[in-house]
Design a protein around this ligand. Structure first.
Ligand code: CO
Length: 496
């Protein structure tokens, strides 16, 4: 009788119910909540988070975890127990007084960032940034001591379990050696290819219809999910009730449509996790890099492919009858969707220049956490890295330089690498998928995505957290994560 283990499953079921409630509250906060209710919502969310934290760290959970190790368990249960132990270690690594202090400092720094970024005022923001860096160094030390791993590794591990700085250095070095030349050549080629972007305005009603149409084609389950509007697009809610959001701009429909396809990728992962393990840690998504690999598989591998564009062109033509039919020709639309331009802003970056924005942030945050870079020296370092990767200058333009992202002001260090690791994983998965299902060209042109969904479901979604990212990639593709497949994808699409 696995008595202790069964009690733990019951406890983690309660935690899953709390997390479901917090997910829907978080979605509501960003889509529906009246502004004046913010304080009350923060109060409720903080109390629920504290309750969940107490349930993981209390003595009873500790005793049950110790007893369950001795019990007879099958493979999934054993792995689930490992994730429960991990959750407890993460939750108890930091004293609650420290968590409180860091939370307040992060909220304050984020407020100050919102105030000083529009004014390009790095000097006034710096003291709050210094405080955040000091606290994250402490956090990394505390987590490092609790887990027995290096400080920056302990932060990476929060977002993608099992990856280390050595791994990331290795993967990114393979990318770095070829990226600058690839960017130069891809931009040259893109500039030399004449393309006529469809002229606006693009009505919001038509864009809503198109987003829905794309989600239907990709078989998003509208019975267990919704699409709404939010300032910052995200995928939230709960696995059995997934909420995705987008925003609309009448002068540009591509950003919203591609955003919907991206979030639909995140959503399908959540919607198709193993149902029998729904309320246990093993039934959850692995980590943020794998999550991003699913959204980027949808957005970059499918959504920006010539095949998808060919399938979707009639829907675009019908939605925007004011646009001349010749604009929707595939020879025109491919260069429009696959344009490459170096720029200062990460969130506006195309597929080829995006990884450069991540390589530079990774190098800077790694050095900040490890103590070899002082917060005050970040603008200078940022400018040097921008010059090295993209040939651009940010001196005196911190608003569009090191102050552009919310991550560091809010206290999130170790997150940035997951964006580009997600793109690398997506490219490697796509490479395997295309070799296994050579009929994908014709399927996608016809708007039939059943094959690719079934493949992703069998290889990734149905596994939950059974395998960590490195094992998952090796198991599915037969080889460890390898940047050369990602580079091959970029070369084939942008230089081919
Ligand atoms: Co994403």
């Amino acid at each position: 009788m696995a008595d202790a283990y069964q009690k733990l499953e019951a406890k983690f079921e309660e935690l899953a119910a709390l997390s479901h409630a917090m997910g829907i509250l978080g979605w509501d906060e960003q889509t529906m909540m009246p502004e004046g209710s913010g304080d009350e919502r923060n109060f409720a969310q903080a109390k629920l988070a504290a309750l969940a934290h107490r349930m993981v760290v209390d003595d009873e959970t500790g005793e049950l975890l110790e007893r369950a190790v001795e019990e007879r368990l099958d493979h999934w249960q054993r792995a689930n127990l490992g994730l429960m132990r991990r959750a407890r270690m993460q939750a108890s690594a930091l004293p609650s007084e420290f968590v409180e202090r860091q939370h307040r400092a992060g909220m304050k720094a984020e407020q100050m960032w919102r105030k000083h970024r529009p004014a390009n005022d790095w000097r006034s923001f710096l003291p709050y940034f210094e405080q955040n860096v000091a606290l994250v160094r402490q956090e990394a030390e505390l987590r490092s001591a609790a887990r027995g791993i290096a400080p920056y590794d302990a932060l990476l591990d929060l977002y993608e379990p099992g990856i280390t700085q050595t791994d990331v250095d290795d993967w990114f070095a393979g990318l770095a050696s070829e990226l600058p030349e690839l960017i130069m050549r891809a931009e040259e080629r893109s500039r030399a290819t004449p393309a006529q972007p469809p002229p606006g305005p693009f009505s919001i009603a038509a864009q809503q219809m198109l987003g829905r149409r794309a989600m239907e084609a990709l078989q998003f389950d509208f019975d267990r999910g919704r699409l709404d509007v939010a300032v910052h697009p995200f995928c939230g809610g709960a696995a059995g009730d997934v909420r995705i959001t987008t925003r609309y701009d009448e002068s540009d429909y591509v950003e919203s449509l591609m955003g919907v396809i991206h979030e639909a990728g995140h959503a399908q992962y959540e919607q198709n996790l193993p149902v029998q393990w729904r309320h246990q840690p093993i039934g959850a998504a692995v980590g943020m890099a794998v999550h991003e690999s699913q959204s980027l598989f949808f957005e970059m591998q499918i959504g920006r492919s010539a095949e998808f564009l060919e399938f979707f062109a009639p829907a675009l033509a019908a939605a925007f009858p004011h646009v001349d039919a010749s604009v929707w020709r595939i020879e025109n639309m491919v260069p429009v969707y696959q344009a490459v331009r170096r720029g200062l802003i990460r969130v506006n970056a195309d597929e080829v220049t995006y990884p450069a924005h991540i390589l530079l942030r990774y190098a800077i945050e790694r050095d900040l956490v490890n103590g070899s870079l002082a917060p005050a020296d970040v603008p200078e370092r940022w400018n040097a890295e921008m010059g090295k990767w993209l040939g651009l200058e940010t001196t005196g333009n911190d608003r569009n330089g090191c102050m552009q992202d919310v991550h560091w002001p809010s206290g999130a260090f170790g997150y940035f690498p997951t964006y580009t690791l997600g793109a690398m994983i997506a490219a490697q998965l796509a490479d395997s998928f295309k070799r296994e299902q050579p009929a994908w060209h014709d399927d996608w042109r016809r708007g039939d995505f059943t094959g690719v969904r079934e493949w992703l479901s069998g290889t990734v979604w149905s596994r939950g957290s059974r395998l960590q990212m490195k094992e998952l990639v090796a198991e599915v593709t037969g080889a460890p994560l390898d940047p050369t497949l990602y580079l091959a994808h970029l070369r084939a699409r942008y230089l081919g």
